[in-house]
Structure formats: C-alpha cells, structure tokens
Write a protein that binds this ligand. Structure first.
Ligand code: PLP
Length: 429
C-alpha cells in the first residue's frame, strides 16, 4: 500500500489483504495461544530467529500483527509492538534500552501515570529520570550525560496542552546519540513525531485509536531511523551479547530484517519475560477503531474548537487551555506540529475556587465523569482530585494541575448538545 493518506492506510496498510485460509476480508480474531510447527527444524529456526513466524501468543499473534503493521504505517515507522496497555508500552519502550545505573531525561509535561512510572517505579530499578521543563529545549542538553539512554515527551500533554518542541529536542538528542521517544496518544494523525526526528513513538491505544472506550492497550512504533550501532557505547543492551537470548547482539542478529533491532528485542526479550501481551480480541477491536479514526478525529477536533470558543466567552470561566487559543511560542509549536486540528482536549479553569470543580462535574448530564480521554463520548474530570491526586502539590503544579482545573475530552456528539450540557453545568457553579 503506497498511499500516504491516513484514511487509506488505516484500512489497507500492511501485508493483510484477506485471510489466507478462508478469504475473509475482515481481520479474523485468531484466538489461539499457540501455533503448530511444520517440523522440528521449523520450530528450532523460529526460536533461533532464523525464520520469522508465530510461536506463542504471549509474543505474537496474527490479529495483533495486522494491527501493528497498520499503526506502524500510519506513523511512518518500520515496525510496531502492540501491548496490553499504554503504561506497558511506556515501560517497555524505556526498559528496552535502559537498565540499573542509567538515566533518562523526560519532559515534566506528562500523564500522571507515566510520571509515577518514571519518578518512582523506574527509580526502584535503578533508572533515574531527570525531569526538565520543555519551555527551554536546551534543558534536555544540560541534563544529558554518558549514561542518558533516551529523551521522553508527549506530543500534546494534558493538562497543559502545550505542544512539545519535537524537532528541537530530537535534534539535540541526535547530536549526542540520544533517541527521542514520543507519546503521541493525544495527537494521532495530527502529528507524526517520526517525521520531526523522533526515533520511537508510543501510544495508549485505549484512547483515540480504540476510540470507543472499550479496551485497554498500547503500542510502540520503531522509526527505524536511529543508528543504535553508531552509538554502541550508549546502547550496550543492543550492541553487546544478550545473555537472555543465547548471546544475541541485537543490532547484528536482526540486520537482514532491516533497521528493527530495537523493536524485535522488545518483543522477544521484554514481552517474552514481562508478558504484557495484548489479547487477540482487543487487537481486533483496535483494528476496528483504527479504521474510522481519521473520521472521528476530524469530528473531535471540530467540536473541541467550538467548545474552546464557547468557554472563552463564558463569565464562569477564568482561563481556557486549548492549543488553538494560545499565543506566542506555544501557538507556534501547535501550528508547527499539529496539522488538521488542535486535538480533542480542552482544559479550563473555573473562575470560582473551592469546591466549584466538584460541583461542575456533578452538574454535567451528558458528559461522562471518567478517567479517560479519546472516547467517542464527551468526558470530563477534575484532575487534582483524581488522575493527579497521587502527585504532591508541587508535582501537580509542575504538571499544570490546580484546584480550579477541569479537563474535557470532547466527543463526537452533536455540538449543540455538547455546548448545552456545558452551559447548564456552568450555570450551577
Ligand atoms: N499516555 C497518555 C498520554 C495517557 O493519557 C495514558 C492514559 O491515560 C497513558 C499513556 C497510559 O495508557 P493506559 O491507560 O492505556 O495504560
């Protein structure tokens, strides 16, 4: 499939055209744990990676494979690895190249769960996260040393919704042999981080890709555009014999398959050992979601733009946080990195403090009050008391959360109904 258009890629990209056994057009759910080997030699070759093929569904599955090929094509990468959650994707993306004694440099503007993973769980494994404010891209350079294994950021981080300077930080990293990993969960299609120099993209497919609030999942896309071998000292895990795979040197072992050392290693070592596999059924649901994502995203973006404008003109609202309403450098970044819309997320601060946030959420009738984004339905949450409640007050402020802040994930309902619900709830605050 040669198309560059996301509308076509989500339906046709990859090697799947029809099911080889039945000619079924829709991708079947291969609900199987294991696969019959053709011979003992075939089995040995698969395990030795001399031949690629299905072994066991903890590591790969044909339904999952179609999903992976389509997301890889959509992002412009060479291969992908679907996982059981976005958190699993973030974790494996980093752990694939960092171990005890190493560090990563991450943007402060992160989803609360990722912040916790980096600040606390990675720390227990001896991996230090150096958080820097992306207001100044050079902060990434200053935090880098010989043990820095990657930079990490979100394209469109909520709650601040300040678009990350992808090309600027990717360039700083590439000059030092440090790859940039970008969480593109909130801006699929709108932004293609690999085109701006990122090396790896991750998604929580739970959000816009799944699109219907039914399934938890994640995916890592390998850009195939980072020379791991050239920076062998920085990436011993890809360039020195791996004792967990009979001494394989990943950059050499998979060379005949293309620039896929990073993603193959993640699959055959970390997914094998940690077991955060996506179920075939969820992979099927993600394929369904992906097929209509371009259409949905357009509606999310159009509705969110209308909501931002409506809130900006409402006396109960002190401040609206939306990339399309920002000025200066943040507007420049939004326009440079988001194409076709500013996304479906809108934040705002209520004019009243105290329990106004709680009262607003309780007054909503159509919006769901849930800890999620990217659902077809409109969603609202008060982060300070929910998604970000496990952070300290200082950490909350660093991520852009305060008491008055409400986050909206605008759905694809009719705009009149969305605005009417917000209007009546604001009237009760
Ligand atoms: N990344 C972002 C930007 C998210 O918003 C989330 C979840 O809200 C995650 C990662 C984690 O994904 P999951 O909930 O699928 O584990």
């Amino acid at each position: 499939m040669k198309s560059k258009h996301p509308e076509t890629l989500v339906l046709h990209a990859g090697s799947y055209r029809r099911d080889a056994a039945t000619t079924a057009v829709a991708v079947p759910i291969y609900q199987t744990t294991s696969y019959q080997f053709n011979s003992t030699e075939h089995a040995a070759n698969l395990f030795a990676l001399k031949e690629l093929g299905n072994i066991y569904t903890r590591i790969m599955n044909p339904t999952q494979a179609v999903f992976e090929e389509r997301v890889a094509a959509l992002e412009g990468g060479v291969a992908a690895l679907a996982l059981s959650s976005g958190q699993a994707a973030e974790f494996i993306a980093v752990q694939n190249i960092a171990h005890v004694g190493d560090n990563i440099v991450s943007s402060t503007d992160l989803y609360g769960g990722t912040w916790n993973l980096f600040a606390n769980t990675l720390k227990t494994m001896g991996i230090e996260t150096r958080f820097v404010d992306p207001v100044d891209p050079e902060a990434f350079a200053r935090a880098t040393d010989a043990r820095t294994r990657c930079y990490f950021a979100e394209t469109l981080p909520n709650p601040k919704l300040q678009v990350f300077p992808i090309a600027e930080v990717a360039k700083i990293g590439r000059a030092r042999g440090v790859p940039l990993i970008v969480d593109n969960t909130a801006a699929p299609i709108l932004c293609k981080p690999l085109e701006h120099g990122a090396a790896v993209v991750v998604h929580s497919t739970t959000k816009y890709i799944g699109g219907h609030g039914t399934s938890i999942g994640g995916i890592i896309v390998d850009g195939g555009n980072f020379d791991w071998e050239k920076h062998a000292d920085r990436f011993p895990m890809l360039n020195q014999p791996d004792p967990s795979y009979h001494g394989a040197v990943w950059t050499q072992a998979v060379k005949p398959l293309g620039p896929v050392a990073y993603i193959i290693k993640a699959r055959v070592t970390l997914l094998r050992d940690i077991g955060a596999a996506v179920s075939p059924f969820n992979a099927f649901l993600f394929i369904q979601g992906l097929e209509t994502m371009p259409l949905r995203l357009r509606a999310h973006c159009e509705n969110a733009a209308r909501v931002a404008k409506f809130l900006a003109g409402n006396a109960k609202v002190r401040h609206v946080i939306y990339p399309g309403l920002m000025e200066g450098e943040y507007r420049r970044r939004a326009d440079a990195y988001l194409k076709g819309g500013y996304g479906g997320l809108v934040g705002f601060e209520l004019a009243k403090g105290g329990d106004a946030g709680r009262r607003f959420i309780e007054a909503l009738e159509m919006f769901y009050h849930v800890a999620n984004i990217g659902d077809a339905r409109s969603l609202a949450i008060h982060p300070a008391t929910t998604t970000h409640s496990q952070l300290s007050a200082d950490e909350q402020l660093a991520t852009g959360v305060n008491d008055r802040y409400v986050r909206l994930s605008i759905g694809i309902e009719h705009i009149d109904d969305i605005l009417a619900d917000l209007d009546q709830a604001l009237a009760k605050v």
